[in-house]
Ligand binder design. Structure first.
Ligand code: SF4
Length: 874
């Protein structure tokens, strides 16, 4: 291993569950250089567009630098004493279940450990749940039912050795790009076949041999059909079955299911089964499309049944692999961050497990039953059962289903504490006490990625202002609540050692999660800890699970579960005829509190949108670039229409990222129903029913400015640019004085104005200058504004601004497709046409696009294919 420690610090990317290693070099002025760690096993030096832009997110412009109580700056002593007092008083008056923590997969394992210990061991409630409930709780439930514990059997290396990789409900190309690039490398090297099972055509389909656009929520029927075909073909592995129970019941259910509910072409189904059954080395990767469902746990078990029945598990190049959304979703699962688990994969409902943890912690009070899972937790806040709430590093006002009801519940909660790095989130704005937390580059601790690799996150920047690490804040509240010795932590290393020791106790109960081999790490050892896949014991480190046929149910056997297809909880009806699917974009993360600071990342898809099929758009009278209103029984959202056959008829898709800060009328989770999986409690975020209608704005606007704008119309969406901000606007009612409106929007009461107006046609174009410099512009039209946005976003370098068009010698680059080299769609299309480019590699050679992180390569391939198709049709 190369020793780069002299010039860079090894740490971990804080975004997705791939868990890429990064090398961080502070520049001495508060900034950083971030590069991929070539020695980290998860990424071997690669980073995706988000990881590559990490350095652009460490600025302090939006940071919370001091505790706020009732919106007023205060010191830690006052803020934390208030938190401790209010929690203690609430518990004394209403009992321990009247308080709750809602935490996050952004927390480091050490933070999680202290939060969990405080709530479950000392407050005496299990009301701590994590936003990972929205991400992979169904996988946890499925693993526990099949294996007896929440074990991820395989590793990333299996992707290098597999002959067939099936992506189920996973847009790996956008959501786990470095893993996707690894898969592409394997495909190049050994011809790995790829099947994508997803209702939507995503970027991951571009390299797939087969795409199965199944009906929403019908995955169980597809995998039950596969299991029945495995049986019919005599491919059930008799030796493997000796390590399992339940094959007959599982087969009975599978045979009784009807694959036609998938609405897939029978030939495609047959091809899928043949490819799966005809390939020994199959990895099935699954993610949110499986988990975020009212039958998510059953979907997981339907997949696991096929692997268990054929022995395709625990061997190189084989097995199910769940990929997690968040950087430490796995760490949260291991440390007991979910309301229904104890630390180290121990069960809260098992009296022996509880007693072991209670003794280890010398805990005064342990709950005997699971606490409230996320959806129920916020319902309890809403109906007054929970009276004191602490939200840590997450934004439920945006990310929870039925988000308006969650917003109202938090607003009405008698006492809400929020820990975050910024005050500019929809949830932070509702806090009674707002605590400034340290950000990822300022924190020390560990995270676990999707293949069980524990990596260090290391602090390289000083925490600004009064910001503190989360374990430190939580421990001090624990001490102020009276549990001084239990929370007397001085370093995250101490917490990690305690956790590792507890895992050794858990292992005595036959649990899989055992890192007791790290329990005697001293400070130097903890600091130097290299990426390490668990388990880590005196006799074992890492590797795959289940190669020996040993599982974690009391009889040592795995369970095949009888599962039956169930339709999504909602039903379409004439008032709500569309299925709404939600998901992530390539260059954004969660509610954009970090990625939204990068102009480069924001340029990829700068506005919230709804994908709708051309036939549905035709029937509903929706034209390209129209605004549409998406309505459900729970709320409404206004989005820009994109008409595309990437979605099937009857299905619409919207991304999850926009918030009250960036596009207040586009919070899509306000529309999503809070139906949950009965086993896992995970919400069904991919199958709500909605109506879609044209939003008939009376005027539309596009604005650019060298400063942040403050829009106040019915629809707006703002995005940073390299030189300021751009915004889409739309509103109702007649505005007679655009100059005053624009001055308010830009905060430019005195600037010199140039106006070109055509009141009869409802059109206006305004430019604002200060000190001879162009500082802002607004374009108004009664129809969606047709101007060259990406050219105008380069303000002030825009000659002939008010024409809205780029001059011939400065062509409009179009929306950014390659974030790394800032290459726009128009630039790429022109190069394809004028230079006769025939491959993604040729585009890379001509423009550099796609030659760094590779995240845009699927889109480049797609653009190339459509350009060539167009050419052929001419
Ligand atoms: Fe970060 Fe991208 Fe790696 Fe995920 S794939 S950990 S977002 S660099």
């Amino acid at each position: 291993m190369k020793d780069l420690s002299a010039c860079a610090t090894r740490s971990t990317c804080p975004y997705c569950g791939v868990g890429c290693g990064v090398l961080l070099q502070p520049d001495g002025a508060g900034g950083l250089t971030v590069t991929g760690d070539p020695d980290h096993p998860a990424n071997q030096g690669r980073l995706c567009s988000k990881g590559s832009a990490l350095a652009e997110t460490v600025g302090l412009s939006q940071r919370l630098l001091a505790p706020l109580v009732a919106g007023k700056e205060t010191g830690w002593d006052h803020a934390l004493q208030l938190v401790a007092d209010r929690f203690r008083e609430t518990i004394a008056e209403h009992g321990p279940d009247s308080v709750a923590f809602y935490v996050s997969g952004q927390l480091l394992t050490e933070d999680y450990y202290v939060a969990n210990k405080l709530m479950k061991g000392f407050i005496g409630s299990a009301n701590i749940d994590t936003n990972s409930r929205l991400c992979m709780a169904s996988t946890v439930a499925g693993h526990k039912r099949a294996f007896g514990t929440d074990t991820v059997p395989g590793t990333y290396e299996d992707l290098d050795e597999a002959d067939l990789v099936v992506l189920v409900g996973s847009n790996l190309a956008w959501c786990h790009p470095v893993l996707y690039q690894r898969l592409m490398a394997a495909r190049q090297a050994r011809g790995t076949k790829i099947i994508v099972v997803d209702p939507r055509r995503t970027a991951s389909c571009d390299s797939a041999d087969l795409h199965l656009p199944l009906a929403a929520g019908s995955d169980v029927a597809l995998f039950n059909h596969l299991l029945s075909q495995i049986d019919t073909a005599g491919l059930v592995d008799v030796d493997s079955l000796t390590h399992t129970t339940g094959i007959h019941e599982a087969l009975d259910s599978a045979l009784a299911d009807d694959v036609s509910v998938t609405r897939l072409n029978p030939d495609d189904i047959a091809q899928f089964c043949q490819m799966w059954m005809g390939t020994e080395k199959v990895v099935t990767i699954f993610s949110q499309g499986v988990n975020q469902s009212s039958s998510g746990s059953d979907k997981v078990n339907a997949i696991l049944n096929c692997h268990l029945a054929t022995g395709r598990i625990g061997k190189p190049g084989c097995g199910p692999l769940s990929v997690t959304g968040q950087p430490n979703a796995m760490g949260g699962r291991e440390v007991g961050g979910l309301a229904n688990m104890l630390a180290c994969h121990l069960d809260i409902e098992n009296a022996d497990h509880r007693a072991a943890v209670r003794d280890f912690w010398s805990a005064p009070a342990m709950p005997e039953a699971p606490g409230l899972k996320a959806v129920d937790l916020f319902r309890a806040v809403g109906d007054g059962r929970v009276k004191a709430l602490w939200v840590i590093h997450t934004n439920p006002v945006v990310s929870m289903p039925e988000a308006d009801a969650v917003r109202d519940a938090i607003a009405a909660c008698p006492f809400t504490v929020v820990s975050d790095i910024t005050a500019r989130t929809d949830t932070a704005r509702l806090a009674d006490v707002l605590l400034p937390a340290a950000a990822w580059a300022e924190k020390d601790g560990t995270v676990t990625n999707s293949d069980r690799t524990i990596s260090r996150q290391r602090s390289v920047l000083p925490a600004p202002g009064q910001a503190r690490e989360d374990w430190d804040i939580l421990a001090e509240v624990g001490r102020r609540m009276g549990w001084v010795s239990a929370f007397d932590y001085q370093t995250p290393g101490e917490i990690f050692r305690e956790y590792a020791t507890l895992s050794g106790i858990a292992a005595k109960f036959g649990r899989d999660f055992d890192i007791s081999g790290l329990s005697d790490l001293d400070a130097v050892g903890y600091d130097a800890l290299q990426p390490t896949r668990w388990p880590v014991t005196a006799t074992r480190q890492g590797g795959r699970f289940f190669a020996d046929g040993q599982f974690y149910h009391p009889d040592g056997k795995a369970r095949l579960l009888p599962v039956t297809w169930r339709a999504p909880a909602a039903k379409t009806e004439p008032r709500y005829p569309f299925w709404l699917n939600t998901g992530r974009l390539r260059d954004q993360w969660h509610t954009m509190t970090r990625t939204g600071m990068s102009a480069r990342l924001s340029a990829h898809l700068p506005e919230p949108f709804l994908d709708i099929h051309p036939d549905d758009a035709h029937v509903t009278g929706i034209n390209p670039a129209d605004l549409v209103q998406v309505a459900s029984p729970h709320g409404t959202s206004i989005l820009r229409a994109r008409i595309t056959s990437d979605v099937t008829q009857g299905q619409v898709f919207a991304p999850i990222h926009w918030t009250g800060e960036t596009a207040p009328s586009a919070r899509i989770d306000a529309v999503v129903a809070a139906a949950t999986d009965p086993v896992s409690g995970q919400p069904e975020s991919k199958a709500s029913v909605v109506n879609v209608t044209r939003f008939n704005a009376e005027w539309y606007g596009f604005a650019v400015s060298d400063r942040e704008m403050q829009p106040s119309c019915e629809y707006w969406a703002k995005t940073p640019t390299k030189t300021g901000y751009r915004a889409e606007l739309a509103g109702m009612g007649t505005i007679n004085d655009w100059q005053t409106t624009a001055r308010d929007l830009f905060g430019l009461p005195e600037a010199q104005t140039t106006i070109v107006e055509d009141p009869a046609r409802g059109m206006a174009r305004l430019a604002f200058h200060e000190h001879g410099q162009l500082v802002a512009a607004l374009f108004i039209s009664p129809e969606p504004v047709a101007v060259m946005r990406d050219y105008l976003a380069t303000l002030p370098q825009v000659p002939d601004l008010l024409s809205g068009r780029a001059p011939a010698d400065r062509p409009d680059p179009g929306p950014v497709l390659c974030s790394c080299f800032d290459v726009g769609v128009n630039t790429i299309l022109t190069a394809i046409e004028t230079k006769g480019l025939m491959s993604v590699e040729a585009i890379g050679e001509a423009l550099q696009a796609g030659t760094n992180c590779g995240s845009c390569r699927p889109e480049l391939a797609s653009l190339l294919a459509s350009a060539h198709q167009k050419e052929a049709a001419q």
